[in-house]
Structures are given as structure tokens and as C-alpha cells.
Design a protein around this ligand. Structure first.
Ligand code: NAP
Length: 307
């Protein structure tokens, strides 16, 4: 593919995605705020850089950080990627951020002559590691065509959904459903268990029904064995996405009652102090609300990604 590639943000997702780019034969220079998370990538052949501006001479810089404000900070803040005189040709961002924030970032980058593609993803870090992400993009079609081979190196499928920030709306809609599904899955699993069906049997039956999905399958081992310390996504990040969903619903005049109820449930989870833990801990809280104390079923299970 031949371009000079930079990467900012090596959290759960960024690390897995950057590794796939490197494994596909690209030369990738990486930066992470917490330097210790970047160091292990050297073993895979990445160049570790000491500052974001060291990536300004790259053709394409990928970013994967937490929120809209974090993305603004790594781009435009002190020592930011485009805060100096040198600038990359293109920024491709995969963080889950707001449509308005993304539009503001586009205006600023394009005014500097930097191309900008939004490219959020569906799938957690395990999915990314297995090369099974869905990567959706929006922005200028010609830019998408240029970047597409790199996206393909990280995903099982890539799609362009249109101009501007449309991929942000796609991701916001996607994650609103992501929240609503886990909320309902926890509710019905607690209902089934309280009524007498063992959790793994109930979840196996849902997974094999018309309602089963890659998502319900890969959450099943965690919901069965209560291994919430194997974090894929935190309650705080899910709350951010439910708020993005309801913000977009207000902006576009769409009523979303199921999303609104889920947002409050996730806010309660965050309020109860669940921080460095997987969002599926919602199951335990839902059970407590039903007067049920859950225990691990200690089942040996696959990661649900083979389907
Ligand atoms: N996890 C998932 O399943 C999943 C799936 C799809 C999309 N997403 C989205 O992908 C994004 C990343 O998620 P994640 O799970 O990878 O989160 P994460 O593990 O918490 O990683 C966040 C990354 O962003 C960096 N970061 C955050 N704020 C920063 C700032 N102000 N300046 C510089 N670096 C900053 C962090 O640096 P440090 O290491 O220094 O903290 C870290 O590298 C989020 O927008 C999330 O909603 C997540």
C-alpha cells in the first residue's frame, strides 16, 4: 500500500486495529498518551514516536481516542497533530464521537488542507483482533477510495455511507441498539434464571433462535461466568454513546423511548461506581433489582466469534 502511516490512541481498540495494519505489511508509527501502552507494539514492527507532531509528516494518521473533546485535544490542543507547521495529508478517525463535533473538526482540518474521513467501527477489541470488524466511513468519496485498502486491512467489511459526518450517525444508531440489546438481554436472562432456567441454557437457546447474533454470542461467556474483569467496553463509554444517541434523536426530532430508558439504566451503573469493568456487569445490577444474587456457572465456552 506504500503510504506513511501514523496512529494515535492505543487503547483496547486502537491497539488491536493498529496491529492489524502492521501485520498487513504497513510501516506504522504510533503514539499513545500513556507511553507504556505503545512500547509493546515495537515488537510487532511499529515505530514508537515521542510526540503527536512526530506523525505530522505521515500521509495518513489514524486516530482512536475516547470522546469528541479528546479527539479535538489530540489534533488541535497543545502539541496536537496539526498544531505545528507540518501536517499529514489525511486524518482518519474511528472514535465514536458526535456528529456536530465531527463537523467542527472537518471544518478546521479542511481549512488547513488536511483531508478527513470518519470511519467508526462495529466490534470490540477481540473482534478487531480476529479481523472481524465492520468499518463504516463517510467523507469525500475520492478520499474513501484512497484509504479503503487500509480499512480493509483492519476489517472483514468496509462500507462508505455518504458525505460528511454520516458515518457518525451510523455509529450512534448502532451503539444505541447495542445498549438497548444488552439492557433487554440482561432483563430477560434474569427473568429466566429467577423462574428456574440455568443462565447458560437460556443464553444458548437465545443464541440459537432468530434473535441470536454475534453480539449475544460473544457476550454469553461473560454473562454465564460473570467475568466482567475481562473488559471489552466500559459503562462510562456506553453512557457516552447513549447520550450521543439521545442528542442525535433530539437534533433530528426522533422519539427513542427504549434508548431513553436504557440511558438511565446505564447512568445508574456508572453512578454505582462501575468503572474499569465490562458494561455487561449490568446483568448483576439487574439481578439485584430482582432480589437475585448471581453466581458464576463456571462453564468452559468459546468466545462466540467463530460464527
Ligand atoms: N471497546 C469497544 O468495544 C469499542 C468498540 C467500537 C468503538 N469503540 C469506541 O472507540 C473509542 C476507543 O475505545 P476503547 O475501548 O479503545 O477505549 P480505551 O481503551 O479507553 O482507549 C482510549 C484511548 O484514547 C486515548 N485517549 C483518551 N483521551 C485522550 C486524550 N485526551 N489525549 C490523548 N489520548 C487520549 C487513551 O490514551 P491513554 O492510554 O493514555 O488513556 C487510549 O489510547 C471510543 O470512542 C469507543 O466508544 C469502542
Amino acid at each position: 500500500m506504500g503510504k506513511r502511516i501514523g496512529w494515535i490512541g492505543l487503547g483496547r481498540m486502537g491497539e488491536a486495529m493498529a496491529k492489524r495494519l502492521i501485520k498487513a505489511g504497513n510501516e506504522v508509527s504510533v503514539w499513545n498518551r500513556t507511553a507504556s501502552k505503545a512500547a509493546p507494539l515495537a515488537e510487532y514492527g511499529a515505530s514508537i514516536v515521542g510526540s503527536k507532531q512526530d506523525l505530522a509528516s505521515c500521509d495518513i494518521v489514524f486516530t482512536m481516542v475516547s470522546t469528541t473533546d479528546d479527539l479535538k485535544q489530540v489534533l488541535f490542543g497543545e502539541g496536537g497533530l496539526v498544531a505545528g507547521t507540518a501536517r499529514p495529508k489525511v486524518v482518519v478517525d474511528s472514535s465514536s464521537i458526535s456528529q456536530e463535533g465531527s463537523a467542527e473538526i472537518r471544518t478546521r482540518l479542511e481549512a488547513m488542507g488536511v483531508g478527513y474521513l470518519c470511519s467508526p467501527v462495529s466490534g470490540n477489541a477481540k473482534v478487531a483482533k480476529a479481523g472481524k470488524l465492520l468499518q463504516v466511513a463517510s467523507g469525500p468519496k475520492a478520499l474513501y477510495t484512497e484509504v479503503e485498502p487500509y480499512l480493509q486491512a483492519m476489517a472483514r467489511k468496509v462500507m462508505w455511507v455518504g458525505e460528511g459526518e454520516l458515518a457518525r450517525i451510523w455509529k450512534i444508531a448502532h451503539n444505541t441498539m447495542f445498549g438497548v440489546i444488552i439492557q433487554n438481554l440482561c432483563e430477560i436472562t434474569v427473568l429466566a434464571e429467577k423462574a428456574g432456567i440455568p443462565r447458560h441454557i437460556f443464553l444458548e437457546s437465545i443464541n440459537d433462535s432468530v434473535l441470536g447474533s454475534m453480539y449475544t454470542r460473544y457476550k454469553t461467556p461473560m454473562l454465564t461466568n460473570l467475568t466482567f474483569d475481562q473488559v471489552t467496553f466500559t459503562p462510562k463509554l456506553l453512557l457516552k454513546d447513549m447520550d450521543l444517541g439521545l442528542g442525535a434523536a433530539r437534533a433530528h426530532g426522533v422519539a427513542m423511548p427504549a434508548a431513553a430508558a436504557t440511558r438511565e439504566s446505564v447512568a445508574r451503573l456508572v453512578g454505582r461506581g462501575h468503572e474499569d469493568i465490562d458494561f455487561a456487569v449490568l446483568l448483576v445490577e439487574t439481578a439485584k433489582d430482582a432480589g437475585l444474587e448471581l453466581t458464576s456457572e463456571n462453564m468452559k465456552m468459546s468466545d462466540g466469534l467463530e460464527a
